[in-house]
Design a protein around this ligand. Structure first.
Ligand code: VAH
Length: 314
């Protein structure tokens, strides 16, 4: 892999923490700058350099990019779907204000930008099964609105200014090192911790609610595979559908019971997060990512479940 000097925003979030450590293995700790508005769990970054950063402060982003000679910005700072419905204006301010600042600094300093979209960029009117790469996008959450706007803004900066922008539409991401915060898919993380702690879990998402999901190692691999991909092959650039599996809560119950036979899944549905989940696809068509940059996940529900239950320390 060629040398890169990467700044990550939102680096102490669920994806950011593990991405910084994954980048360290590939690019070396001295080439990574982890930033976040909070320094909670900063020790998780080990010897990776950390700087406090509020992404709505464009001047500070510019200072860090020039001081640390950054050539790649991975912009993860965002308020997620469920929290975003409680503070919609703040969500726009952070998710879009941060992205605009990142794109403008990247333009001035000729950086590559990776920023993820999400299955949240789709809504009720989107075809739900095998959702196409190019289709109707009318989300009904502020988080989803910022993701659609973000996809289009990144396309604009690429087409109008030639900026090297890239991104994927992530499904729910499941991991054990850093817990997610404020998401609709978080039930699929909590269930593993509760299965080990109490042998039971009350899901806030209803039985039968299928959503696309992915294990963290595949989510990390996707970032590097896409930023290192041959740009001449990228047609969809900023919003590749990617997925590894699609399941409902009862499918996780079956997978967990293979390891903890006495595990019991109950339901206490949260109407707000259920309404969000119901507006998202059941399954994505990720053939464009497979064709354009060789996307191919390694973990299915059973491989993920075995690894989660083996690694969670309670
Ligand atoms: C959320 N985990 O639930 C995020 C993600 C597809 C879901 O965007 O908001």
């Amino acid at each position: 892999m060629g040398k890169r000097r990467i700044l990550i925003t939102g680096s102490l979030g669920q994806i950011g923490t593990e991405l910084a450590l994954y980048f360290k293995k590939i690019y070396g700790a001295s080439n990574i700058l982890a930033t976040d508005i909070s320094d909670k769990n900063v020790d998780a970054l080990e010897d990776i350099k950390y700087e406090p950063l509020d992404v709505t402060d464009g001047k500070r982003i510019h200072e860090l990019v020039t001081n640390y000679k950054i050539d790649t910005i991975v912009n993860l700072a965002a308020i997620l779907s469920a929290t975003g419905e409680k503070i919609p204006q703040k969500t726009w301010e952070i998710n879009m204000g941060g992205l605009v600042n990142v794109l403008d600094v990247a333009l001035q300093e000729k950086c590559t930008v990776f920023t993820p979209s999400s299955i949240a960029a789709f809504g009720e009117s989107t075809p739900k099964d095998n959702t196409p790469q190019v289709t109707i996008q009318r989300p009904n959450t502020m988080y989803g609105v910022t993701k659609v706007a973000g996809e289009n803004l990144c396309d604009y900066y690429n087409l109008r200014f030639g900026l090297d922008t890239r991104g994927v539409r992530y499904p729910g991401i499941i991991s054990y090192k850093t817990l997610p915060g404020g998401g609709t898919t978080d039930y699929a993380v909590h269930i593993y911790f509760e299965a080990l702690r109490n042998k039971k879990y009350k899901s806030f998402i209803a039985e039968g609610t299928k959503m696309d999901m992915m294990y963290m190692p595949d989510a990390l691999k996707a970032v590097v595979d896409l930023i290192e991909a041959d740009p001449s092959k990228l047609k969809n650039r900023n919003a590749f559908n990617i997925t590894a599996m699609s399941f409902a809560p009862e499918d996780l119950e079956v997978a967990i019971k293979k390891h903890i036979p006495e595990f019991v899944l109950e339901y206490e549905v949260d109407p707000e997060r259920q309404a969000i989940a119901d507006s998202w696809p059941n399954s994505l068509d990720d053939s464009a990512a497979r064709e354009e940059w060789g996307w191919s996940p390694d973990y299915d529900i059973d491989a993920m479940t075995e690894d989660m239950l083996k690694n969670i320390k309670i």
